[in-house]
Design a protein around this ligand. Structure first.
Ligand code: DQA
Length: 145
């Protein structure tokens, strides 16, 4: 049974609240993460953010074989470039839900392809920060059914 969920954000997502607020909103992820914790008191939520592809890979490898763990991954722009992240998600046992705050399919063509989708158990786009909570809900439901 899933007890711990890692929320992993990739490049530039440390700038949430300051960055292109018309697209990503005015709220910092740290602020939203406090709300996520309050709303999921039965779970151990862990937040990790990195601007470095290798650090994201290392984190996935580190947690990818731990029991009772799930991952919500917003790989940012690496979504559209990283075969290495695709391979890492394929190679680990932990289920990974892909989340994007914006609807990447309604944006520039270079955002339409994701290397993550095919390896992830589910993909949520365009729901704003609420997509992370939806991802948690998906992992829990999938786990009990
Ligand atoms: C994003 C969409 C990506 O295309 C972009 O590079 C990001 C954020 C999103 O959450 O909407 O950094 O993953």
């Amino acid at each position: 049974m899933i007890k711990t969920i890692y929320i992993i954000n990739g490049p530039n997502l440390n700038l949430l609240g300051k960055r292109e607020t018309d697209i990503y909103g005015a709220r910092s992820f740290e602020d939203y993460f406090e709300e996520l914790q309050r709303n999921n008191l039965n779970l151990d939520l862990v937040y990790f953010q990195s601007n470095h592809e290798g650090h994201l890979l290392d984190k996935l490898h580190e947690i990818g074989f731990m029991p009772n763990v799930g991952v919500i991954l917003n790989a940012g722009a690496y979504t559209h470039t990283s075969i290495a992240l695709h391979d890492a998600i394929k190679g680990i046992e932990t289920p990974v839900v892909e989340v994007h705050i914006s609807n990447v399919y309604e944006r520039e063509p270079f955002r339409h392809y994701s290397y993550i989708t095919d390896a992830a158990v589910h993909c949520i786009v365009g729901k704003g920060l609420a997509g992370y909570q939806e991802g948690i809900g998906f992992l829990i439901k999938r786990d009990i059914s």
